[in-house]
Every structure is written in C-alpha cells, then in structure tokens.
Design a protein around this ligand. Structure first.
Ligand SMILES: Nc1ncnc2c1ncn2[C@@H]1O[C@H](COP(=O)(O)OP(=O)(O)OP(=O)(O)O)[C@@H](O)[C@H]1O
Ligand SMILES: [Mg+2]
Length: 271
C-alpha cells in the first residue's frame, strides 16, 4: 500500500447476476452501474435492501464469492488496472466489527501485521508507531490492554476502524459500519470518521440506509434503484464537514433529503 493517497477507482458497466435461489436460471441484481471515483473523498452508497450494495462493495475490494463470476459483465478498474481478485489497496469495515474476542484492543489493531503481506511491507518499528498513533486518534490509547467484551459497541467499532486505518489504505470500504449503534454514538463515530479522513484522506465508499448519515458525511451520494439496480441518483455535496445543524436544515439539504427519500420510497413500492 502506498503512502501516496491518489487513486482512481472505476466501476465500468457492472452487471451482476446470481443463481436464482429456487429453480433454474439467474437473477440480475445489478444492471450496468458505471461510476468513477477520481480523488480522495467520501462516497455514500444507498439503495433498497437487497439491491446489491454489499455486492458492489465486495467487488471493489476484489472479494469473489465462491462459484459466481463477479462481476458478470463489466469491470472494476483501480488506477486503470482491471481488478480480478483481492488487492492490498482496499480494506473493509463491517457493521459486525469482527474483533477477535481473545485479543486485546492493541493486538486486534495489530492483527494485520501478523500476516506476511503487511509484516514484510511495514518495518516493525513503524508498525508500533502506527498502532500507537491510531489508538490515540480513535481515542482508545487508555483501553489498549482491554478485550472487546470489556468495550461498548462504539468502542468496538473504533477498534475495527483503527485496524483498517493502521494499514493506511487508499480505499476504505465501509458496509453500514455504524448501523448497529445508538444515535448519539453514531454521531460521535461520524465526527471521528471526518477527523480521521481529514488526517489521512483516501477513497471511502460508505454504504448506509440512513439518509441523514449520507448528508452528514458524503462528498458524493449515490442512490441505487431497486432490482436490477441502476444508478438513480448521483449528487455532489460541497458543504465543508463537519456540517452544522443549520446546514442540515437548509433548503439545499432539505431538497437533497427529499430527492433521496423519494427515490428510496419509489424503489420500495416497486419491490
Ligand atoms: N454469493 C451469492 N450467491 C447468490 N446470491 C447472492 C450472493 N450474494 C448476494 N446474493 C443476493 O444478491 C442480492 C443482493 O445482495 P447484497 O448483499 O449485495 O444486497 P444489499 O444491497 O447489500 O442489501 P442490504 O441492504 O440488505 O444489506 C440479495 O438478494 C442476495 O441474496
Ligand atoms: Mg448489504
């Protein structure tokens, strides 16, 4: 993974079909999605449940389901190179934080460095320095010796975020990472993500069901239609972050919220 944060990520004519759950044939889930993410920024991805958001996110990370061609048609290009499998530019963060219960906070964050790929890439002294730095940045320096069971949901998600960011990824893929958190903790995590992004800009693709979260975080908001999913909305938000309550109540924000909700509602009715 390079220190250089510049990266160009492109989905080109992506079609995804999966075997039909019952019987023969296939079901087309995603139908020709093309998006280019040309610079570091936060892109929010919304759409009705089952429309293929996680499928697209996994595709960006080069994660292939067993026995299914992914994508069925089209290609994912990273810096112009076709992505055909796992690659070390991207890391993923999920709603279920995937922290190891038997390891301390510090060891959970250090986990990627146990794998040869990262161990060899980052000198040991730098690993330690990065771990200390990220624990500080996510506010867990004083909890480094605790285990996940001794932490709250928000703190556990901080551990997962730290484990991702310790690798200084150029692409950070987040699948409803704050979906299980209460409203206040979710807002704290959003502010933390903004701080971390400002300190270490990268291409973030963030899946959410929460329109307010999309408006709080996104430089760009993409909304998919219902199955087969196509790109229904693509909007840019130039308001600097963190975005004030005043902006959230502004006509601009209200219009965006309504447009997105209208699309999601329409998709819901089509299903
Ligand atoms: N490996 C697979 N094999 C067969 N079908 C799959 C596979 N992965 C996903 N699907 C199906 O594709 C559809 C889209 O799934 P996906 O998880 O991408 O949706 P999503 O938009 O992330 O949904 P949610 O909002 O509920 O998380 C679902 O109907 C799912 O069952
Ligand atoms: Mg999903």
């Amino acid at each position: 993974m390079s220190e250089d944060s510049s990266i160009h990520v492109e989905l080109k004519g992506i079609v995804q079909e999966y075997p039909a759950p019952q019987g023969e044939g296939v079901v087309r889930i995603v139908d020709g999605v093309s998006v280019a993410l040309e610079r570091p920024g936060i892109t929010m991805l919304l759409g009705p449940s089952g429309c293929g958001k996680s499928t697209i996110l996994r595709m960006l990370g080069g994660v292939r389901p067993i026995g299914v061609k992914t994508p069925t048609e089209g290609e994912v290009l990273i810096n112009g190179v076709r992505c055909d499998g796992p690659h070390d530019d991207a890391v993923m963060v999920f709603q279920r934080y995937a922290n190891r219960p038997d390891l301390t906070v510090r060891d959970n964050v250090a986990l990627p460095f146990r794998f040869a790929l990262w161990k060899n890439k980052v000198p040991e002294a730098e690993q330690k320095q990065r771990i200390d730095q990220i624990l500080e940045a996510v506010g867990l320096a004083d909890k480094a010796d605790l285990r996940p069971s001794q932490l709250s949901g928000g703190q556990n998600q901080r551990v997962a975020l730290a484990r991702a960011l310790v690798l200084r990824p150029r692409i950070l893929l987040m699948d409803e990472p704050f979906g299980a958190l209460d409203a206040q903790t979710r807002e704290e995590m959003q502010l933390l993500l903004i701080e971390l992004f400002n300190a270490q800009p990268c291409v973030i693709v963030f899946v959410t069901h929460d329109v307010d979260e999309a408006l709080a975080l996104g430089d760009r908001v993409l909304v998919l239609s219902t199955r087969p999913a196509r790109l229904a909305i693509d909007i840019n938000i130039s308001e600097p972050r963190p975005r004030s309550p005043l902006w959230r109540r502004s006509t601009e924000a209200m219009r965006m919220r309504e447009k997105i909700l209208h699309q999601l509602h329409e998709s819901g009715q089509e299903r």
